[in-house]
Design a protein around this ligand. Structure first.
Ligand SMILES: [Ca+2]
Ligand SMILES: [Ca+2]
Length: 246
């Protein structure tokens, strides 16, 4: 009992500390989250970043839904997403966003009990790195988004690319400023630490209220955010990612 309460106390103290850090750094462009400074050449990105994926909409999922990780080793850049509870036979759009926190119930501004894409975008920001079939290019590989299995909608996604090609593509001119993909400026770096990964898409048989909004990216079934996690630097790939079965 005594041990439990002191562990809880420690947890709440560290949560408070990290909350304070996050809010102060987001006002200074989010570049110093957890002591990582974004370098214009991408050299700050090293090792492994992982995120626990939690539901965005509690009407759709109630539990931790999966785990994601990004890994840079030299020029090898790997992305992993393992979903245990997803959307049956439904392809999810997934990617790294510029936001630094996941949507919360208070972001449901029309109070219909769902956080749709329009309500999520002010929080999640713009997608910087689509986790699709080609990490080397934002626009290539869109047909490579993963699809949930027929059981619980789970999947194991892994994609490998070249860090240099991926980073050069992020520095290339933005050919479509109207979409929700964003590029890096010439002197701008990228920090993965503290960034969020968001997954979108719902099986069309699932009930959605008519108040669930969408945007130019497709119907509410395509755009509805279903899971989100905050990337943190870790020393090893999460154990869940060692096996490919959902
Ligand atoms: Ca809503
Ligand atoms: Ca791509």
């Amino acid at each position: 009992m005594r041990l439990n309460s002191s562990v809880l106390l420690l947890l709440s103290v560290s949560l408070l500390a990290s909350c304070g850090k996050k809010s102060s750094s987001s006002s200074s462009n989010g570049n110093e989250i957890q002591n990582e400074t974004a370098m214009a050449d991408g050299s700050n990105i090293q090792g492994i970043y992982s995120a626990t994926l939690l539901p965005v909409n509690n009407n759709i999922h109630m539990l931790k839904v999966g785990t994601a990780a990004l890994q840079r080793d030299g020029d090898v850049f790997n992305a992993f997403v393992k979903l245990k509870y997803g959307q049956r036979t439904t392809t999810l759009k997934q990617g790294i966003y510029t936001g630094t926190r996941c949507p919360e119930p208070s972001d449901d501004t029309n109070k219909d009990a769902y956080i749709d894409i329009k309500e999520a975008l002010p929080v999640i920001g713009k997608m910087i790195l689509p986790l699709d079939g080609s990490l080397d290019s934002q626009l290539d590989g869109v047909s490579g988004y993963p699809t949930g299995d027929t059981n619980l909608g789970g999947y194991f996604y892994k994609s490998s690319g070249s860090f240099a090609r991926m980073f050069a593509d992020l520095k290339a001119p933005d050919t479509n400023p109207d979409d929700n993909l964003v590029k890096l400026g010439a002197d701008e770096g990228l920090s993965l630490q503290g960034k969020i990964i968001v997954l979108h898409g719902i099986n069309e048989r699932v009930f959605l209220p008519p108040t669930a909004a969408s945007n130019s990216e497709g119907s509410p079934y395509k755009t509805m955010p279903v899971a989100c996690g905050v990337l943190k630097k870790v020393n090893a790939l999460p154990e869940e990612l060692a096996t490919t079965t959902p």
